[in-house]
Design a protein around this ligand. Structure first.
Ligand code: LMR
Length: 392
């Protein structure tokens, strides 16, 4: 008999995380690490947000136990995120939230719930999407169907094709939607397109599953939640996976939330029982630190304002970089119309390699790049390098 592990098939390393390692090891001074999605200041730092640091200090001083909190984690945390995400709709007894280890934990738990509730459900996923969506869905044992979302060549959303695909989805199928700041393209649905998607999912009895990991980094906290809110309000059943990694800068603390909306309070309660049980089987109880800190920031008026102001300045930096990059060349103009941390460069995989090897510019294989991966004084170098590889 062969060894237990030697029989495993080889694994392709995760491309994004591998890029992060490669960029760290590159000491060329002109380096631009625009791979993984972390916010960076103009001097390349990813600081702890000031309100977060203050809340951490208070937590450190006040916490007198690290005993278990229970399967729901910090209940006050989910309340605060619920208000932030759903606004006035929060408080509806058909809507419930549970703390998860990061957005990935929320996605994994949400898909596990779908699998438990409707094992044969198909999950419709836009192309392209965040590369980890597919393994998460398949890992839950669900089947994937795709709908066209974005055409890299024309830099536009393929909305007619998306609608046509969703009109083929069957009642009870799940539709994965990006709440805002689409990852990897930066191309968000506009209000009219959200309205159309909302009417299709409602009319066809589809279950929207919204992934929202960048609230506040596109147009603003309220604006970025509008699409998700409108879709969730329009249907009887919905799932939302949320992350605080980016908008609280709490990447390594893994702070996320899963929200579920059921047909009535009883159905929602049953779904909550299930996600608590599934969470128990997956991670037992979520880590506390990050969620407690986020709750403390959101509950305290002064800290909340401080956090909002810092988030606004992060968004302003991203949007001002977008404008500068868009102004470099007519072929990059579309970047000024897109939202959030990412856009896709009009480059082939071979050109991505050239950017990295010749110019020390790290972007994902798809051409996705982190807008704030560069300093203000590196924009011209970035644009000239991109133009050089596009022009051959
Ligand atoms: C990204 O897309 O770069 C981030 O969400 C980090 C990750 O986990 O992939």
């Amino acid at each position: 008999m062969s060894g237990l592990f030697s029989g495993l098939s080889p694994i392709q390393p995760d491309a994004l995380l591998q890029l992060m390692v490669m960029a760290r090891a590159d000491d060329r001074p002109q380096k631009i690490d625009a791979g993984v999605g972390v916010y960076k200041t103009s001097d390349g730092k990813t600081p702890v947000m000031s309100a977060v640091r203050k809340a951490e200090q208070r937590l450190h001083d006040a916490q007198d136990s690290k005993s278990y909190l229970g399967m729901r984690g910090d209940a006050g945390y989910a309340e605060e995120i619920g208000k932030l995400l759903f606004g006035k709709a929060w408080g509806d007894d058909r809507l419930v939230g549970l703390q998860t280890p990061g957005g990935c934990g929320a996605l994994a738990l949400g898909f596990a719930l779908v699998k438990a509730a409707r094992p044969g459900a198909k999950v419709w996923v836009g192309t392209p999407t965040w590369p980890n969506h597919e393994p998460l869905i398949k890992g839950a044992g669900l089947t994937i169907e795709t709908y066209p979302y974005y055409d890299k060549a024309s830099t536009s959303i393929q909305f007619d094709e998306m609608v046509a695909a969703l009109e083929r989805a069957e009642e009870g199928d799940v539709v994965l939607l990006h709440g805002c700041c689409h990852n990897p393209t930066g191309a968000d649905l506009d209000a009219g397109q959200w309205a159309k998607v909302r009417s299709i999912v409602a009319a066809r009895g589809l279950i929207p599953f919204v992934d929202i990991a960048y609230q506040g980094l596109g147009d603003g906290l309220e604006e970025d939640a509008a699409g998700a809110r409108s879709v969730v309000e329009a249907v009887d059943e919905a799932i939302v996976a949320q992350s605080c990694d980016k908008n609280f800068g709490m990447y390594r603390d893994r702070v996320g939330t899963l929200f579920v909306k059921g047909r009535d309070a009883d159905a929602t309660k049953l779904a909550l029982d299930w996600i608590m049980q599934l969470a128990r089987e997956l991670w037992s109880m979520p880590p506390d630190h990050g969620a407690a800190v986020v709750r403390m920031v959101l509950e305290d008026e002064a800290l909340r304002e401080e956090w909002r102001a810092e988030l606004d300045s992060m968004r302003d930096r991203i949007n001002s970089l977008r404008e500068k990059i868009a102004a470099c060349d007519p072929r990059l103009e579309y970047i000024g119309r897109q939202k959030g941390m990412f856009s896709m460069l009009p480059v082939s995989p071979a050109q991505v390699v050239r950017l990295r090897e010749e110019f020390a510019i790290y972007v994902a294989g798809s051409g996705r790049f982190n807008i704030c991966g560069m300093g203000d004084d590196q924009v011209a170098y970035f644009c000239n390098s991109v133009k050089a590889v596009i022009d051959g």
